[in-house]
Design a binder for this molecule. Structure first.
Ligand SMILES: Nc1ncnc2c1ncn2[C@@H]1O[C@H](COP(=O)(O)OP(=O)(O)OP(=O)(O)O)[C@@H](O)[C@H]1O
Length: 266
């Protein structure tokens, strides 16, 4: 994922060329797709529009089929999650043939940013506010437990693919009415919402779920090395939320072992 260029010099999907109350904003541009914030559906309803543009290097018929399949698979998984109460963006509209999917805009910052803001620049091991950090880890474990309970594996679980949505009554950035709480821990507040289901699949297999957790564990350790020792709180809450967790966690041991063997072999 790279930052969008200032001049958005490539064509947006046709739907975004229609008049709307505010122009669409390109949020990110990845290898496969672009993410816009737009009010094209309703003036009062900001939405996240994911667009997979045609790939000129692919055969047009194959490209059209792939794009349609990916967009509709992502929408299907999101809808299933949403119906089952997993915290994910609601699907508003899609046109799989034209390569776009419009979903609920999630306010707030990625969990990665919240944790890094909390940990700050210092080298010292954090203890002040650690309870709040553990609490956030538990909210992550709960969200992932609900996801797996529903029969969906995410495929790319990282703290960048989770948003911290301010709870109603608080404002974005966590700067809210005076609650008397330390500003430092406020950055950890909010509901954990899972995003980016581009690689998600429907699966009930312990192995797939364990790999999902392993990807998160590895990503967490490299993104937040100073909070790595608290990762167990995610797994504890996962266990509380999802009754089949014990067999998944047993599998996770095997997956870790394979990972270690592979890194030893280079
Ligand atoms: N529903 C949403 N609400 C708010 N922001 C979002 C939402 N969906 C995505 N974003 C923002 O846009 C960024 C990119 O989104 P996403 O990861 O879904 O796209 P992508 O990486 O291009 O997708 P893919 O991995 O399927 O190619 C996210 O990191 C997040 O900051």
């Amino acid at each position: 994922m790279t930052a969008p260029s200032a001049n958005q010099d490539f064509p947006p999907p046709k739907i975004l060329t229609h008049p709307s109350t505010s122009p669409p904003t390109l949020i990110t541009q990845g290898a496969e797709g672009r993410l816009y914030k737009t009010t094209h559906l309703l003036p009062t309803l900001p939405c996240a529009l994911k667009y997979r543009p045609p790939k000129p290097y692919r055969h047009p018929a194959l490209d059209a089929r792939l794009t349609r399949a990916r967009i509709s698979a992502e929408a299907k998984v999101l809808e299933r999650c949403w119906r089952e109460g997993v915290p994910v963006p609601a699907v508003y509209a899609m046109d799989a043939a034209r390569g776009w999917l419009a979903m609920e805009w999630i306010e707030g910052v990625p969990v990665r940013v919240g944790i890094n803001n909390f940990l700050g620049e210092g080298e010292e091991t954090q203890t002040k506010g650690e309870g709040e950090l553990v609490d956030l880890m538990k909210r992550i474990g709960e969200a992932v437990g609900k996801l797996h309970r529903t029969g969906v594996v995410h495929g790319d679980l990282t703290t960048s693919n989770m948003m911290l949505r301010p709870r109603s009554g608080t404002q974005v950035n966590g700067e809210s009415e005076a609650t008397g709480r330390d500003d430092r821990v406020k950055v950890l507040e909010g509901e954990v919402v899972l995003i980016d289901f581009g690689l998600a699949t429907q699966s009930m297999s312990d192995e797939d779920r364990a790999v999902d957790l392993y990807v998160l564990e590895r990503a967490f350790a490299s993104t937040h090395p100073r909070a790595e020792r608290l990762f167990g709180a995610i797994l504890d809450e996962y266990k509380t939320t999802f009754k089949k967790a014990p067999s998944v966690l047993a599998k996770l041991e095997d997956v870790r072992m394979r990972g270690r063997k592979r890194s030893m072999l280079g």
